[in-house]
Design a protein around this ligand. Structure first.
Ligand SMILES: Nc1ncnc2c1ncn2[C@@H]1O[C@H](COP(=O)(O)OP(=O)(O)OP(=O)(O)O)[C@@H](O)[C@H]1O
Length: 577
């Protein structure tokens, strides 16, 4: 029988009687040698990367802090003869000081997360706003399935909850419960089906995942869940629909197709959920969403119940979203990487031409420190589809089994890539932003932002692929001059999440302070978890006068050049499908 990486780690943990080999407060494995990247050998500990005032690969602007001659790095590929002398940390900016993994950092050999840290839940701040907010429920046991749930599901909801906190269950439970309790007399169409609930999500893989979760939750309830998404044969999906559907999970494009063919009617929709709602209402999806919600036969707001969920909720998007909601409650739960410290974030200064060798160094270190030399599941985000293919190829030829997921691959290839990654067959997944949101992949130990996104919210979602459900994770970002516009929001986010912000990033951030752009944040004391825009008195429907957290202007110009969610300059292929 094949054993996956995760199984191997679990077995090792069981054998050692510990689920946390080198976790917080734990000591590194005695006797386990560690890999030293070539450019760090015989070098003093890391120092600061170049000050932002320099530009170009001059000697003063070089990665001296990373150990010297870049020519060595540029030519550096996989060299199996490297000695193992104790890894001192690429970039060496761990929270425990210079070099090495600090005792608070999740080590790479901590590949299997240590189980859910339930204590951390107590530290997660929860805020609500809106009228007549129902009292909170702290445990499932205390739920009065009658009154409390009925009250909870009577109101519309906009939820901003940190990644991996369990939003899927949060919107599925009331829907399933409501369907079970309701008496719905549905029309009998010859070829048309009338679902009671619609869950829309921005990617096919996320729809598949929500469908799987919703099916588990509705097991033995009689509630039928069907999924419809693009890139897969529609005939099979139609067959499933014809067998009956209560909850339809769909991507917008395929749903529009089904509506146009009159295969689905939204007339009986009682529950509408937009997962990753901010993404669903940005430039890319908004027209399709408006068409589905406002121009077909869906009951109006106030008649249906509408639930919007995401980890991020820019104010301009909240304003758009309020068109779909009626007298709603805003609920903010936690902040990404917040006081619970689940995701350790590192940012390293890496020139464009050094990125590959730098990644290779990280992967070697990870492998050397890993269990039985196995690679921890690592998700590497890049900007473009072409970039994803090319990096995957390069990794593969350098001895690291990798696969890739992006919009130019067939749906079959995409699903196969995800499966292979989850099983540890190809423990490195090179991805565009198509994998940034919602995907719940157990055991992702490390997220690498090989190319940083242009938008801080995309960064938040990407790093959220690790550190899920109370587990710990590590996120490393490669930063260089091309990412200057992200310096300030990144520094703010890291500071807010109690991460160590490198001095050079702070310098970049202070230079970028007056740069404007959609990453500009208003006022002090940022709130990355989201804040109800209705509480900002100046934020009117007309869009005048308010300082938008993102747009930096008051003309409602969200999604200016580059566009939210894609954020690509002219001539660059969109990473989204
Ligand atoms: N009460 C719970 N106890 C234990 N695990 C849970 C609980 N609720 C959810 N989970 C698990 O936590 C993981 C993350 O949940 P989910 O995918 O719904 O997160 P999310 O908040 O939607 O994240 P994202 O913002 O990335 O979409 C899942 O594996 C889920 O099964």
């Amino acid at each position: 029988m094949r054993t996956s990486w995760a199984d191997a780690v679990a077995a090792e943990n069981a054998a050692s009687g510990s689920s946390n080999i080198n976790g917080p407060g734990g000591a590194p494995h005695p006797g386990r040698s560690s890999y030293v990247p070539p450019h760090l050998r015989n070098r003093p500990p890391a120092s600061d990367p170049p000050a932002p005032s320099y530009s170009g690969p001059t000697s003063g602007n070089d990665r001296l802090g990373y150990g010297g001659p870049t020519s060595e790095l540029r030519s550096g590929g996989f060299r199996p003869d490297y000695g193992h002398q104790g890894y001192v940390g690429v970039g060496g900016r761990g929270r425990g000081g210079v070099g090495g993994w600090s005792s608070r950092e999740p080590a790479f050999d901590e590949q299997e997360n240590s189980g859910i840290n339930f204590d951390a839940y107590e530290d997660i701040p929860v805020e609500t706003s809106g009228e007549n907010v129902p009292p909170p429920v702290n445990t499932f046991a205390e739920i009065d399935l009658g009154e409390a749930l009925n009250l909870n599901i009577r109101r519309d909801l906009m939820v901003s909850a940190q990644t991996g906190s369990g939003k899927t269950a949060a919107f599925c439970f009331p829907i399933i419960s409501g369907i079970m309790r309701g008496q719905f007399a549905r029309p009998r169409g010859y070829r048309t089906v009338y679902p009671l609930a619609l869950i829309l999500s921005p990617t096919r893989e996320l729809s598949i995942q929500i469908h799987e979760e919703a099916k588990k939750f509705s097991y033995q309830t009689g509630v039928k869940v069907v999924v419809a998404y693009g890139g897969a044969p529609i005939t099979q999906q139609l067959r499933e629909l014809e067998r009956g559907v209560d909850i339809l999970v769909a991507t917008p494009g395929r749903l529009v197709d089904l509506l146009e063919r009159a295969k689905v009617s939204l007339e009986m929709i009682r529950y509408l959920t937009l997962d990753e709602a901010d993404r669903m209402l940005d430039m890319g999806f908004e027209p399709q969403i408006r068409r589905i919600v406002e121009q077909m036969d869906m009951p109006p707001r106030g008649v249906r119940q509408t639930l919007l969920f995401s980890a991020t909720f820019p104010k301009e998007i909240q304003r758009l979203a309020s068109d779909f909601l009626s007298n709603y409650i805003f609920l903010a739960i936690g902040r990404v990487g917040s006081s619970t410290d689940l995701i350790v974030q590192r940012v390293e200064f890496v020139h464009e031409y050094d990125k590959r060798s730098h990644l290779m160094d990280l992967l070697h270190a990870q492998k050397a420190n890993g269990v039985h030399g196995k690679q921890a599941l690592t998700l590497v985000f890049v900007e473009t589809k072409k970039g994803a293919d090319s990096l995957e190829h390069w990794l593969y030829t350098n001895g690291f089994p990798a696969t890739t997921i992006h919009g130019d691959r067939t749906q079959q290839e995409r699903e196969q890539a995800l499966r292979s990654f989850k099983r540890g067959n190809t423990p490195i997944l090179v991805a565009t932003d198509v994998a940034a949101r919602g995907l719940d992949i157990p055991h992702v130990a490390h997220v690498v932002n090989f190319d940083l996104p242009n938008d801080i919210d995309d960064y938040v979602h990407r790093i959220g692929r690790t550190g899920r459900a109370g587990n710990t994770g590590l996120a490393t970002a490669f930063f260089n001059e091309n990412n200057s516009s992200l310096a300030r929001p990144l520094a703010d986010l890291m500071q807010e999440s109690n991460q160590e912000v490198p001095a050079w990033l702070t310098r970049y951030a202070s230079r970028a302070s007056y740069g404007g752009g959609k990453n500009k944040r208003s006022g002090g004391g940022g709130r990355f978890g989201g804040r109800d825009f209705r509480r900002d008195g100046s934020f009117g429907r007309s869009g005048g006068g308010g300082t938008d957290y993102y747009s930096g202007n008051s003309s409602g110009g969200y999604g200016v050049s580059g566009g939210y969610g894609g954020g690509h300059g002219p001539g660059v292929t969109s990473a989204w499908d």
